[in-house]
Design a protein around this ligand. Structure first.
Ligand code: ASP
Length: 439
């Protein structure tokens, strides 16, 4: 039998009702052997995530304020879950130990990690499964960099003794055993790491949406759910702003060739989105996989006659950016033109210095700066084998009266990126979506 590693996000574990759903999902398939929980999330609009409350507690202690009242709210969340589920477990001692450790300022990471730790303990009791503390198996080096191979070895060893277990997300430890966390949302990363060690057939990531959407629902009404995409397509879409998974969660499973299945805890019948390592026939069957975009870019256009005959011109342009610690997003070029697209945030205060440096080192005929650019990426393996994708896309933009200011098609043919005025961003996104997906 294959193994499934299942990660549940905070919204899937926000209260006792959700714990029941989680238990049903886990027990419904005997292949689900390792469960990676987040900390309880928001139950309603305006509610607070347990992790946020824990950070707040720690901050209050640092400011010499009493954290007891905020901690009591955290304790209540766990106590009511345990009580409503009828679990025979007195949580009070462990809660008061945690409250004390925070008061003694053990560390901010320790405080934050307790959301997942306590949630994992309760879930393990509720399932009647073993509990593996990530402190023992998820390792970071002394500088806080994740130690992938060490962790893999430790996890594999622990899994031999625990064929079914709950392993909380979000944290692990330094070589000396002190707690260290991933960045926010890091339980996704923990789940992927556990999936790799378990040599899982699939990494199921349970959340509160049916999967990855073809476009941002704040821009396009009711976009379709993507049924299948590759990790590379996901990377292209996430880079452009689409989010469901923590970025770093892709690497361990992608490398190991393990698919990730995004599923909805509140709608377990839905197959969700499957993210696969290699494109399959299905990847080529649809013209596009998804559309994503970002506003707030600046286009720096540098012109110089006979640019192509000059050695090191491009290097000097990029050196000017590097000298001021600015990275670039795209680099479309013409015969005597080089364009550099940089995010406004990167450029901000360093704009004038960079332009001056390019003038000095490249002696261009002209430099033009245009801000207010939005980038839209249309992504999909489908366009590799299909004629007319670009034609359809540009026709849609023309018909929507959108002026295209920049075009960049990756040589992998996995995407077409267009730059449009920020004011046209929403119109352009909708036009592209409707051209490929229909009304
Ligand atoms: N609880 C942590 C956070 O809120 C980690 C996670 O949920 O993935 O960021």
């Amino acid at each position: 039998m294959g193994i499934k590693v299942v990660k549940f996000g905070g919204s899937s574990l926000c209260d006792a009702e959700h714990f029941k759903k989680v238990r049903e999902i886990v027990l419904d398939d005997p292949a689900r052997c390792y469960v990676v929980p987040s900390a309880p999330g928001k139950r309603f609009d305006g509610d607070e995530k347990v992790t946020d409350l824990l950070y707040r507690c720690y901050r209050m202690v640092e400011l010499n304020q009493s954290h007891e009242e905020v901690f009591a709210r955290i304790a209540d969340r766990y106590l009511s879950i345990v009580e409503e589920l009828g679990i025979d477990f007195d949580m009070r001692p462990i809660l008061s130990e945690t409250c004390d450790a925070i008061r003694r300022r053990r560390s901010v990471d320790f405080a934050a990690s307790r959301g997942e730790y306590l949630c994992g303990i309760v879930l393990a009791k509720y399932l009647g499964w073993d509990f593996i503390d990530p402190v023992d198996v998820i390792k970071f080096d002394r500088r806080g960099a994740f130690a992938a191979e060490w962790t893999n070895e430790m996890l594999m060893r622990a899994m031999e003794d625990h064929p079914r277990a709950v392993i909380p997300g979000f944290y692990g430890s330094y070589p000396n055993g002190d707690v260290h966390t991933f960045s926010r949302g890091g339980s996704d990363v923990s789940g992927a790491i556990v999936a790799r060690a378990a040599e899982a057939d699939v990494y199921e990531n349970w959340t509160d949406v049916n999967g990855f959407l073809m476009a941002d629902p704040r821009v396009v009404d009711n976009p379709r759910t993507i049924r299948q995409l590759t990790y590379r397509e996901l990377r292209e879409l996430s880079y452009m702003g689409a989010t469901v998974l923590h970025e770093e969660a892709i690497f361990p499973v992608h490398k190991a060739g393990i698919p990730t299945n995004i599923r909805n805890t509140n709608n377990p019948e839905d197959p969700g989105t499957l993210i696969v390592a290699q494109p399959t026939e299905e990847s080529f069957a649809t013209p596009i996989t998804g559309i994503a975009g970002h506003k707030d870019f600046t286009l720096i256009t540098i012109d110089k006659a006979m640019m192509n005959a000059e050695y090191g011109f491009g290097r000097r342009v990029l050196q000017a950016l590097e000298d001021f610690d600015v990275s670039f997003e795209h680099l479309p070029t013409g015969i005597d033109t080089m364009c550099v697209i940089v995010s406004d945030r990167e450029l901000s205060t360093r704009k004038d210095q960079i332009i001056q440096r390019i003038r000095q080192t490249c002696q261009p005929d002209s430099i033009e700066i245009q801000s207010g650019l939005a980038l839209i990426a249309t992504v999909g393996y489908g366009m590799v084998r299909r004629r007319g994708t670009a034609a359809k896309l540009f026709k849609a933009l023309y018909e929507a009266d959108v002026n295209v200011r920049m075009i960049d098609q990756g040589s992998s043919e996995l995407n077409i990126i267009v730059g449009v005025d920020t004011a046209d961003f929403e119109t352009a996104m909708r036009a592209i979506y409707h051209a490929f997906v229909g009304a």
